[in-house]
Design a protein around this ligand. Sequence first.
Ligand SMILES: [Mg+2]
Length: 256
Amino acid sequence: MSFFTTGMNFKKAIICDLDGTLALSKSPLSTEMAEVLCGILRNHYLVVISGGSYTQFDKQFLSHLNCPEELLKNLYLFPTMGGTCYVYDSESNAWKQLYEEILTIEERDLIKNAISDSLRESNMDFSEIYGELVDDRVTQVTLSCKGQEAPLLVKQSWDTDQSKRKILVEILKGKIPQFEIRIGGTTSIDITKKGIDKAFAIQKFKELSNLSDEDIIFVGDALFTGGNDAPVKTTGVDYIQESGPSETIAFLRQYL
Ligand SMILES: [Mg+2]
């Protein structure tokens, strides 16, 4: 920890993963986490990057944050791995989309067909599914292997070592190599335009904020090889691996 106790005061922006870092998968922010994040926003930029859609951010993150409105100018949201970015517009009192790296309807259809074919070819059991398997998020198509409404306990036990999704990703890469195909949260596989990942989102944030690598630290639960935070290691920013929201809170408290 010595590295962070010497370096942390110089960080202007803290970039966090959402699922598994700020909150449990698709679960709301805790009251304690919301309080800590509001404290962070008083003196730092807070950036949140996730594979989830803006709608998911709203439901899971924004509606539980409860910060004074004047702090929201320091918050940047990057849904769908930075396929899009939202900032708060204090004139209209609304979240404003800054850009959108859309997949065309044809591209999304191609991806959905490749998913159907890959599920069939994998010979895995997809009979017990909760809600829709595939979510079209315009900038990203997400396959939730137990369905989007699956209970957390069902999701957590399905693919603990990612071995099932590694097989599915390999099959998909054979069919649609022109897209970025990544293992997401607990059961998901996210497909976007090539080159869209957390490193891309960080680059976008640096451009929008005029900050540089040394101003930034990233916090995530999946920086291991193959994890959806791993692309961050290809950037020049500092990063720290956490095991879940309670460790993240302890880390963030050092910045308050
Ligand atoms: Mg995560």
